[in-house]
Design a protein around this ligand. Structure first.
Ligand code: MG
Length: 302
C-alpha cells in the first residue's frame, strides 16, 4: 500500500491510502467495513501489522462505490509529510556509500577511510517538511546548501538488540528523505547544526509498506536540481544495509514504532562536484527512490 498523510482545506492531518488518483481515507473506509481504524499515520503504525493486514484485505474486497464514497481526488488534497511530526529525532546515517565517502574526503573534512561501523547522527522533528514545502535558505547562515537523496526506513515494531536476520520484520515501510545539509554549518565535527535546521528533512511523498519492498537493497535513487540530474545510484551500494543499520542502532538504542532512519546518500552531492554547486532561492530539488516516487521541494529565501 501507498500510505499518505493528507489535509483537505483547513482540516487536520489524516492518513489515507493513495490509489489510482484517489486518496482513500483510512478511518472513514474502516467505518464502512466495521474496522476500527485511526485517523493518523502514527496511530496506524501503533496498531501493528494486524490492522494493516485487515485494511489491505478490505481494500481488495471493496466495491468501487465504497472506495469513491470514502475517498477524495488526490489533486484536491495537500500532501503532508507521511509522519508530519515524528516523536523523536530522525536517525541519519553518514558516509554510507563508498563513492560518497571518497567525495566527502576530497571536499569536506571527513576521512577517506571507509567507516568500520555506521556513522549515526540525528535531525530533530522540526526539520521535517512535506512534498512541495519550501526548503529555507538563510544566506546569513549558509552559502553551501546541499542535497542528499536517501531511502528512509519507518520502524513498525519495537526493536531492542535485534539480529540482522530478524531486522526487516521490524520495518513498517519506506519513504524518501532529502537530508538537506548546510556544509558550512558543521561544528567541531558535529553535524546536527548543519543537518538539523528547520525544513532540512523533506519527507515523502508516501510510505510504501514493507510487503511491497521485500528487499530494500535493490532500489534506484536519483536527484535532480532544476531538472538536471545530480545523483544516480542504487541502494545495493550501501556500506551498511538496512538490516545491519537496524541491528546496530537497536544494540544501543531501542527503536520504536514510528521511528525513522535515513540510510545515507550516494555520490553526487553539490560539495563533492568540481566546481562545487549548491542550492539557491528559486531552485527546485527532486529526490527519487524507485517504488516510492518523487519528492520535490523549492528553495526559498528567508
Ligand atoms: Mg545524509
Amino acid at each position: 500500500m501507498r500510505l499518505v498523510t493528507y489535509r483537505l482545506g483547513q482540516d487536520g492531518a489524516r492518513v489515507g491510502v493513495e490509489r489510482d488518483g484517489l486518496i482513500i481515507d483510512v478511518e472513514h473506509f474502516g467505518e464502512v467495513y466495521g474496522l476500527p481504524l485511526p485517523s493518523t499515520m502514527l496511530e496506524l503504525i501503533d496498531m501493528g501489522p494486524l490492522a494493516l493486514q485487515q485494511l489491505d484485505e478490505a481494500l481488495v474486497d471493496a466495491d468501487q462505490a465504497d472506495l469513491v464514497g470514502t475517498s477524495v481526488p488526490a489533486s484536491n488534497a495537500k500532501l503532508l509529510a507521511p509522519i508530519p511530526r515524528p516523536r523523536k529525532n530522525v536517525f541519519g546515517i553518514g558516509l554510507n556509500y563508498t563513492e560518497h565517502v571518497a567525495e566527502s574526503a576530497r571536499s569536506l573534512d571527513t576521512s577517506k577511510d571507509l567507516p568500520q561501523e555506521p556513522v549515526i547522527f540525528s535531525k530533530p522533528p522540526t526539520a521535517v517538511v512535506a512534498w512541495d514545502d519550501p526548503i529555507r535558505h538563510n544566506a546569513d547562515v549558509t552559502q553551501m546548501l546541499d542535497w542528499e537523496t536517501e531511502l528512509a526506513v519507518v520502524i513498525g515494531s519495537r526493536a531492542h538488540r535485534v539480529h540482522e536476520d530478524n531486522a526487516l520484520s521490524h520495518v513498517f515501510g519506506y519513504t524518501i528523505i532529502n537530508d538537506v545539509s548546510a556544509r558550512d554549518c558543521r561544528r567541531a565535527g558535529q553535524w546536527i547544526v548543519s543537518k538539523g535546521q528547520d525544513s532540512f528533512a523533506p519527507m515523502g511523498p508516501a510510505i510504501v509498506t514493507a510487503d511491497e519492498i521485500p528487499d530494500p537493497q535493490t532500489l534506484n535513487l536519483q536527484t535532480w536540481v532544476n531538472g538536471v540530474e545530480k545523483q544516480s545510484s542504487n541502494t545495493k551500494f550501501m556500506l551498511f544495509n538496512v538490516k545491519q543499520l537496524i541491528s546496530d542502532i537497536s544494540s544501543v538504542m531501542t527503536l520504536e514504532p514510528g521511528d525513522i532512519i535515513a540510510t545515507g546518500t550516494p555520490a553526487g552531492v553539490g560539495a563533492g562536484r568540481d566546481p562545487q554547486e549548491f542550492m539557491w532561492p528559486g531552485d527546485v530539488v527532486e529526490s527519487y527512490v524507485e517504488k516510492i516516487g518523487r519528492l520535490r521541494n523549492p528553495i526559498v529565501k528567508v
